[in-house]
Design a protein around this ligand. Structure first.
Ligand code: FAD
Ligand code: NAP
Length: 540
């Protein structure tokens, strides 16, 4: 047996996406803590390192899908279109890492396999897949909420002679031009990859399980004058976004949909359709689409009419027609429905004609048809929010395993901490805000860093939430979610997309403005809801 060297640092950060990059910057450069970051990816970027599928694009506008913490960075970075593509976001995040000289603090290609709390020493012992051991007082988990891949195990998949690719593990530069491709999944990812692949592949078979409501994204080129205008007004733009609910930068409507005539309603929907943007359509048109069934149905039927208008073949339109509530994270696309008018694109409705098995040559559906394929693409999403935590052996106080702690449902206090896991913080943990994510990530990283700074200045050895505070936060999130229609739709937002996963509330749907206010109050109130132990009290 080889002896292992145990490294000692102040803080370990897991993940090198927006969250991990900013956490390492704050802890190292601002608090002066020795900090090591890990990512199993071979470079920074997180979501944008992994999701290199054709068509990958933000649905947050370019000027708001970035960090806001550094004015020079805001002024010096740029963009080409109203929405920003995966290669550009990846380049941006790589530049941020280099700009702040963070690369030397990260160990890439390194997976954290366990994090065990050593009660007697008030330290975390973190082990990697290379067998390295790090001891640290603090662990910041920035492991991503849409990162742990969901790869359904279809019968016979191992006999398939073609290639299988999950969109979140897309090989760099991989082209499927001229091939016969099948895509499973028609969520945000599926729609993007389908729209992008359709013109270049020989044949595209789309296996549609639940058609979703989608509106145009409205991506347009921007000129230098438009960019300069935004940059001149950036302080106000960020202020407004951070003081809104979903932080997407548009004015959120408070107008009830049924308070205007049908003609006026359709005019407002049409205007939003022409402008583009999924969140804008849901939250910028009327104030009650996510909460009132009649308002929701008005929006849903507007989109259904568009689907019927766009897709020329009525039978194909039927297969793609969304039904029921418009109550998932809203989708937007770059000509998704139009794709089905192409002669090389075919929709297979797998609720009525399920996939029977995968064979050497392709996918066989219940009607006995073999859909011959060279490549099968899985756009089947993620084991969201708690998925990556459950893939690490995490043990808190008294050896409590995170999976046992979260047995009923994943919980947190404020989305950033959980009882029995001292000095252990989460970025976008369970019951964090549901928004354009970079400003929420910044809010959480800044709060975590301020808390660690407070602990360091005040001789605090251990800080963790009380079970009561955690239960209360869970209750708050549940109450807010139950006041919306979102709880009535099955989606990853409630963990309903993973077979065997118990659906539960995973987000604080109270908006970023309210969330930021709560976070500030808790800190100002002497870390209300936290048990803060000083060095003397916990020394054994
Ligand atoms: P991530 O970027 O997911 O980074 C987490 C990192 O942790 C990963 O690199 C992973 O490899 C690493 N990791 C996890 N576990 C371990 C471990 N055990 N050991 C080592 N490393 C580990 N949000 C928006 O607000 N707007 C958008 O337009 C938008 N578009 C999206 C498009 C796609 C295709 C996807 C999948 C998500 C999108 N999101 C969007 C959500 C997006 O995930 C967040 O905006 C943001 O990028 C999350 O950053 P993060 O740092 O929290 O996590
Ligand atoms: P998703 O929304 O969970 O969609 C997964 C798709 O795969 C659904 O159509 C689902 O069908 C289908 N599916 C899953 N398992 C299946 C199975 N066993 N058999 C057949 N079909 C199956 O995942 P996603 O599209 O990757 O999006 C997740 C989130 O990532 C988005 O909501 C968004 O937050 C983010 N994202 C954003 C963008 C963007 O626009 N910027 C792009 C991509 C992703 P059912 O609906 O029937 O379950």
């Amino acid at each position: 047996m080889t002896a292992q060297t145990t490294h000692t640092v102040d803080a370990v950060v897991i993940g090198a996406g927006f969250g991990g990059i900013y956490a390492v910057h704050k802890l190292h450069h601002e608090l002066g803590l020795t900090t090591v970051g890990f990512d199993k990816a071979d470079g920074p970027g997180g979501t944008w390192y992994w999701n290199r599928y054709p068509g990958a694009l933000s649905d947050t506008e370019s000027h708001l899908y970035r960090f806001s913490f550094d004015r020079d960075l805001l002024q010096e970075s740029t963009w080409k279109t109203t929405y920003i593509t995966q290669p550009e976001i990846l380049e941006y995040l790589e530049d941020v890492v280099d700009r702040f000289d963070l690369r030397r603090h990260f160990k890439f290609g390194t997976e954290v396999t366990s994090a065990l709390y050593l009660d007697d020493e008030n330290l975390w012992e973190v082990t990697t897949d290379h067998g390295e051991v790090y001891r640290a007082k603090y662990v910041v988990n920035a492991v991503g909420l849409l990162s742990a891949i969901n790869f359904p195990n279809l019968p016979g998949l191992d006999t398939f002679e073609g290639e299988t690719i999950h969109t979140a593990a897309w090989p760099e530069g991989k082209s499927l031009a001229g091939r016969r491709v099948g895509v499973i999944g028609t969520g945000s990812t599926g729609q993007q990859v389908i729209t992008s692949l359709a013109p270049e592949v020989e044949h595209l078979t789309v296996f549609v399980r639940t058609p979703q409501y989608s509106v145009p994204v409205g991506n347009r080129p921007v000129n230098p004058e438009q960019i300069a205008e935004i940059k001149a007004d950036y302080d106000r733009i960020w202020e407004r976004a951070k003081n809104s609910a979903v932080a997407f930068g548009f004015e959120e409507s408070t107008l009830p949909a049924m308070s205007v005539s049908e003609e006026e309603r359709n005019r407002i929907f049409q205007e939003a359709w022409d402008h583009g943007g999924g969140f804008r359509f849901m939250f910028g048109t009327f104030g009650d689409i996510a909460t009132d069934e009649a308002a929701n149905e008005a929006a849903a039927s507007f989109i259904r009419a568009k689907v019927a208008e766009i897709i020329e073949d009525p039978e194909t339109a039927r297969k793609l027609m969304p039904k029921g509530l418009f109550a998932k994270r809203p989708l937007c696309d770059s000509g998704y429905y139009e794709v089905y008018n192409r002669p090389n694109v075919e929709a297979v409705a797998i609720k009525e004609n399920p996939i029977r098995e995968v064979t050497a040559k392709g996918v066989v559906t219940e009607d006995g048809v073999l859909h011959e394929l060279d490549v099968l693409v899985f756009a089947t999403g993620f084991d969201a929010v708690d998925g990556n935590y459950r893939r690490i052996e995490i043990r808190g106080r008294d050896g409590l395993h995170i999976n046992d702690h979260w047995d009923g449902q994943p919980t947190s206090y404020l989305g950033v901490s959980t009882a029995n896991f001292p000095n252990w913080f989460m970025v976008l943990g369970p019951n964090g805000p549901f928004t354009n994510l970079p400003p929420s990530i910044e809010t959480q990283v800044e709060w975590i860093s301020d808390t660690i700074g407070y602990a360091e200045r005040n001789g605090v050895r251990a800080i963790e939430p009380t079970p009561e505070a955690e239960a209360e936060w869970t209750e708050t999130c549940t109450e807010i979610a139950n006041a919306t229609l979102f709880t009535k739709g099955d989606s990853w937002i409630f963990g309903a997309n993973i077979p065997g996963k118990k659906p539960s509330v995973l987000f604080y749907l109270g908006g970023l403005r309210n969330y930021r206010a709560v976070m500030a109050e808790v800190a100002a109130d002497g870390y209300r809801g936290f048990e803060v132990k000083s060095a003397e009290m916990v020394t054994v």
